[in-house]
Design a protein around this ligand. Structure first.
Ligand SMILES: Cc1ncc(COP(=O)(O)O)c(C=O)c1O
Length: 388
């Protein structure tokens, strides 16, 4: 050892394998990247050098997963975040300023609702809530102050669907940025950017990862808008960690296989429970009885694994059924291999007043079930015994 032992141990072995072509993208577990000269740093600053500076800005493992999602979405670019809410808040803060108006479907994920109405409202961003039915005539909800129109389709929790092309066209012609939360569909079942939507946001904690073990979010779209989201991500610092990006990139390889099974399981469970004497209504966009079946069939290539059951007896009926489930777990979230059930009035719509619940079309008898990858007959039997 011609150097001290600390110096030797810190620097030996590093950087020796940068030329190796591994089949899978390794976890670049580093906060910072090495440059050979001031000139290389200058070229990085000027852009397009293909180099990396700092993992809060960009990281190869994260970029690898981003490239997969961009390809699945048909987007020029996708950006990953540490959660779906980090993706949503960065997108909104990157594109909006004080005085701007967001038109938002009242029936959105509760976190999105509270972000807009409790937090961004403090910075002068005004949110106007509209119903899913209002979105059937999107021209009538856009005003001169509207900068973003935000909606979900299928939405949370009763799977209402919006005519995505119609919203996209209305926004385009009025210079409004259209944003869809495509979490429930995933790009396997619905490709909103191809229908003219400007930005697609997803909680990657759900179907994209699909194993209930990574919290992440993603925004995708064309370069001009994504550049503004990227600048906001650098400042707000919500980029995904490389470890989590590795797990997500690995899971994305089986997304089409998993979603196909979610689709067939969802259809099997919804069909088996429709008409059950203790269920007032089954909401599943693949059932002809669903109010938006026609538009779902037109714009989706599969109907997904989310179903919503309105149980007889309201709150008491739903709570009793929920407590008796054996295989399906009582847990929030969705899109994983394990089926989970939640009561929207206690979770995603918790804190909503009765008027807000009514505006979102949510009842206290609703059970939201994320149908997983188990054997469908076991899931049907579990729900039926819980309903007895
Ligand atoms: C439809 C939808 N959008 C966004 C989110 C927020 O995502 P995350 O929990 O990854 O922050 C969720 C979370 O449940 C969701 O269901």
């Amino acid at each position: 050892m011609d150097k001290g032992s600390s110096t030797t141990l810190i620097h030996s072995g590093e950087g020796r394998f940068s030329h190796v072509e591994s089949l899978t993208t390794p976890i670049f577990e580093t906060t910072t990247f090495v440059f050979e000269s001031a000139d290389a740093v200058r070229r990085y600053n000027e852009g397009g050098s293909g180099r990396f500076l700092y993992s809060r800005y960009e990281n190869p493992t994260v970029m690898s997963a981003e490239a997969k999602i961009a390809a699945a979405d048909g987007a020029e670019r996708a950006l990953l975040f540490g959660s779906g809410m980090a993706a949503s808040s960065t997108l909104l803060m990157g594109l909006l300023g004080a005085g701007d108006e967001v038109v938002c479907s009242a029936a959105v994920y509760g976190g999105t609702f509270h972000l807009l109405t409790d937090l961004l409202s403090r910075f002068g961003i005004v949110t106007r809530l509209v119903t899913v039915d209002d979105l059937a005539c999107p021209d009538t909800v856009i005003t001169d102050r509207t900068r973003i129109l935000w909606f979900e389709s299928p939405n949370n929790p009763h799977l209402r669907c919006v005519d995505v092309r119609r919203v996209a066209n209305a926004c385009r012609s009025r210079g409004v940025t259209s944003v869809i939360d495509n979490t429930f569909a995933s790009p396997i079942n619905q490709r909103p950017l191809e229908m003219g939507i400007d930005l697609s946001m997803q909680s990657a904690s759900k179907y994209l990862n699909g194993h209930s073990d990574v919290t992440a979010g993603v925004v995708s779209g064309r370069n001009a808008l994504m550049e503004r989201v990227e600048l906001a991500r650098r400042k707000l610092g919500g980029i995904l960690d490389p470890q989590a990006a590795y797990a997500l990139g690995r899971a994305l390889k089986t997304l089409p296989l998993r979603v196909a099974r979610h689709n067939s399981n969802g259809m099997a469970v919804a069909t088996a429970l429709e008409g059950h004497p203790r269920i007032t209504r089954v909401y599943y966009p693949g059932l002809p009885s669903h109010p938006d079946y026609a538009i779902a069939k037109e714009q989706m290539s599969g109907f997904g694994g989310m179903i919503c059951l309105d149980v007889e007896g309201g709150e008491a009926g739903a709570c009793r059924t929920f407590d008796r489930l054996k295989i399906i777990k009582r847990a929030v979230s969705l899109g994983g291999a394990e089926s989970v059930c939640s009561l929207p009035f206690l979770t995603s719509q918790w804190g909503h007043s009765d008027e807000q619940l009514a505006a979102a079309g949510v009842t206290k008898g609703m059970m939201r079930v994320s149908i997983g990858l188990e054997d469908p007959d076991d899931l049907i039997a579990d729900l039926k015994q819980a309903l007895e």
